[in-house]
Write a protein that binds this ligand. Structure first.
Ligand SMILES: *Cc1c(COP(=O)(O)O)cnc(C)c1O
Length: 384
């Protein structure tokens, strides 16, 4: 075996339960976009549902359709999808009973056309831009969008099931934009309610808001990162501080061990040169597997009971570690990151080493790395 990502579904179920506790009376949407942040979309979605999530969230329509194709029925989970382009498979998503996020009247027109073509009404959720400046309708466009959606609803073409928005800075407690966005969302809800909309769910909270901002929970919370056991606010609290446990362990097995003299260059560009005669270990994963090239000379790993650092550049398929003369053999296990309780680095340690966020570390682990699922089944009580 070259490398694998071990995905602990018992940890994921425990994280969902911890998030349900935080959410109080609000329901939980498990955000499984981007292959469940690299953890594997369908197994993670099923585990989250076992532990009591009732909604699944995806960015793209293809992701949402893949959940339905895997056999996750509308009775098992509502699926909300939020990143639409004009050429999206509108008719398929209407037929698959997916809740469609609409941020502008152009998208509502596509939904209505798909409803007329399929003869099935659609569920839509209207998204307000309350300050993120990304997707969602601006306040000056919101009343028109609400009116158009209400008219389509009155005609029996769509049902407006939700109203929602997304935070820009929920991971910076006290940031003035948080209160401004909550106020803006309250105004957007009032406009929609005055126009006659009666949505099932109103929602704003991503992981940091689920953990830190009860006033943003409304009817539904949308955690992504936290359910994978990583802290969205590492300067505020570790995963354990929030009752979370990291789900992914990335490990590889040494593909080479050899002695080299002092002054030997290591990997492309010779950015590392051995200071003494030493032993080098070859770790058979690289940037094609999602190990950031920014980890060159800085990425941490756990090998032979010691914390070590990548020597020289990360290449496409492999990198090198200077073992400093410690005994090692081909086939020895190297842990790049894991929960951290056996001394190994965490995804957060990698994020810090690479100048990024743990979201990117786990999400980039590529398809060449097989996922192995452990903690299957609800022996821990599921959570229902
Ligand atoms: C990705 C995403 C989330 C989850 O964000 P986390 O910070 O990972 O919890 C929630 N809502 C939307 C709209 C998203 O795009």
């Amino acid at each position: 075996m070259r490398a694998e990502a071990v995905v602990d579904l018992a940890a994921l179920r425990g994280n969902i339960r911890a998030l349900r506790d935080r959410a109080g009376s609000a329901s939980v949407m498990s955000v499984v976009k981007a292959d469940a942040y690299g953890h594997g979309m369908v197994p993670c979605a099923r585990a989250a549902l076992e532990a009591g999530a009732t909604w699944l969230g995806t960015a793209t329509p293809d992701e949402a359709l893949a959940l339905r194709a895997a056999g996750i029925t509308p009775d098992q989970a509502r699926v909300l999808c939020w990143l639409w382009t004009p050429d999206a498979p509108w008719e398929q998503v209407v037929a698959a009973d997916i809740d469609i996020t609409v941020s502008g009247e152009w998208a509502l027109a596509r939904v209505v056309a798909a409803v007329r073509a399929t003869g099935r009404p659609a569920r839509v959720q209207l998204k307000a831009d309350t300050g993120l400046g990304r997707n969602g309708a601006q306040p000056h466009d919101w009343p028109g969008l609400v009116r158009a959606a209400r008219a389509a609803e009155a005609e029996g073409l769509v049902s407006v099931t939700g109203l929602w928005s997304h935070f820009a800075c929920a991971d910076e407690p006290g940031h003035p934009s948080i209160q401004a966005q909550l106020t803006g969302f309250g105004e957007a809800l009032a406009v929609a309610e005055a126009a006659g909309l009666r949505p099932e769910v109103r929602h704003m909270a991503n992981s940091p808001a689920t953990l830190l901002l009860p006033e943003a929970h409304f009817d539904l919370v949308r955690p992504g990162l936290a359910q994978y056991g990583l802290s969205p606010v590492p300067e505020v609290g570790s995963p354990a501080d929030f009752g979370l446990r990291p789900v992914m362990t990335l490990q590889a097995w040494l593909a080479g061990v050899k002695s080299v003299p002092a002054g030997h260059g290591v990997s492309y560009g010779h950015s590392y040169v051995t200071p003494t005669a030493t032993t080098l270990g070859l770790v058979p994963v690289g940037y094609a597997d999602g190990v950031p090239r920014h980890a060159s000379g800085t990425g941490p790993l756990w090998l032979g009971g010691k914390w070590r650092t990548i020597a020289g550049r990360v290449a496409m398929d492999q990198f090198v570690v200077d073992l400093g003369g410690d005994p090692a053999e081909v086939g020895d296990r190297v842990v790049l990151f894991g929960p951290g309780d056996h001394g190994e680095p965490t995804a957060e340690d990698w994020a810090r080493a690479c100048g990024t966020i743990s979201y990117e570390i786990v999400t980039r682990i590529g398809p060449r790395v097989p996922r192995r699922y452990v903690g299957l089944g609800g022996a821990d009580g599921g959570g229902g």
